[in-house]
Design a binder for this molecule. Structure first.
Ligand SMILES: NC(=O)c1ccc[n+]([C@@H]2O[C@H](COP(=O)([O-])OP(=O)(O)OC[C@H]3O[C@@H](n4cnc5c(N)ncnc54)[C@H](OP(=O)(O)O)[C@@H]3O)[C@@H](O)[C@H]2O)c1
Length: 285
């Protein structure tokens, strides 16, 4: 079985690379943005023609949430045109597409975890383009899984955990917002989740569970709680203050609450999910 991974040098791409040893029966083809530019359809066609993958994991995206506010066209071409190109090429090759999306498709006004059926209402350019990317896939190719996830961190690439640890080495005190609530997701857990779906017997003719799924670690916290736990786990002592979002204005408006309901993915694929605190402890820096 051939699984092609786009955006291979990003955080999720590297996390997938870190677990390939658990899947000896899969031939992985990892493509960086240089080898496969998802905004170039003919590039996608050539790569698919060469490797003939049964599955494609799209780990490529425009993820600079704040920068997207000032370069919406760039975010659109990667998150929407790129997703559409992959869906079209997957259709041409009967390849099952696993695409990763975000809790930022929601406005954050809910008071209980968002199910897959909740109505999206993004509040940022990034969120809008990620939602449009989902819709482009849905309108193009039935055999897709769209996995919405949140607050992804790991030992790879840039993320909140690594930023906190870097800032703690540069400063004596740090202020982090405490009124945005969500769930951290260890990128390695997300990688294992995607590969659990792939190794599930979905090519069986009776399988009809394509569509949107939520996945994050279990539990919920604020960015402040997350930072506090990161410092605790890494034995870092720092004066950590909690502040409201209003004290840390950013170009992009983020959802105040974006906890995802994972019942569907647990029920359909039998996926067991670690709590965010438990998973954070597994990261060795
Ligand atoms: N990080 C989070 O907190 C978070 C939260 C929720 C959802 N997600 C979603 O999770 C997925 C993975 O995110 P991540 O954290 O791994 O992001 P990331 O570290 O920013 O990685 C994205 C990768 O996409 C590549 N890329 C950009 N434009 C491309 C193009 N035109 N063609 C091919 N590759 C391209 C980048 O390559 P270059 O570096 O060479 O440009 C980079 O390697 C994304 O879909 C993201 O929206 C992330």
């Amino acid at each position: 079985m051939v699984v092609l991974v786009t955006g291979a040098n990003g955080q999720l791409g590297q996390a997938i690379q870190s677990v390939v040893g658990n899947y000896p029966s899969i031939d992985f083809v990892f493509c960086s943005s240089v080898e496969l530019n998802i905004t170039d359809k003919s590039n996608c066609e050539t790569i698919f023609e060469k490797h003939k993958p049964q599955f494609c994991i799209n780990a490529a995206a425009y993820t600079a949430v704040d920068k997207a506010e000032s370069e919406p066209e760039k975010a659109y071409v990667i998150n929407v045109t790129g997703a559409q190109n992959l869906a079209a090429v997957c259709k041409l090759n009967n390849t099952i597409l696993l695409h990763v999306s975000t809790d930022f498709v929601f406005d954050g006004l809910a008071t209980q975890p968002y199910s897959e059926e909740a109505i999206p209402n993004p509040t940022s350019v990034y969120g809008v383009t990620k939602l449009q990317g989902e819709q482009a896939i849905q309108n193009t190719w039935k055999k897709h899984f769209i996995i919405r996830t949140s607050w992804v961190y790991s030992q790879f690439a840039n993320n909140f955990m690594k930023t906190m640890i870097r800032l703690a080495s540069e400063r004596d005190s740090l202020s982090v917002v405490s009124d945005q609530i969500g769930t951290p997701t260890n990128a390695v857990d997300l990688a294992e989740c995607l590969l659990t779906i792939i190794t599930f017997d979905i090519r069986h003719s009776t399988f009809d569970h394509y569509g949107i799924y939520n996945y994050s670690n279990e539990g919920q916290c604020s960015w402040y709680d997350f930072a506090k736990e990161i410092f605790k786990v890494n034995n870092i002592s720092i004066n950590l203050q909690h502040i409201p979002t209003t004290a840390y204005p950013t170009p992009a408006k983020r959802p105040v609450y974006s906890v995802l309901d994972k019942s569907k993915i647990k029920q359909v694929f039998g996926i067991e999910i670690k709590s965010w605190k438990e998973s954070l402890k597994t990261i060795m820096l």
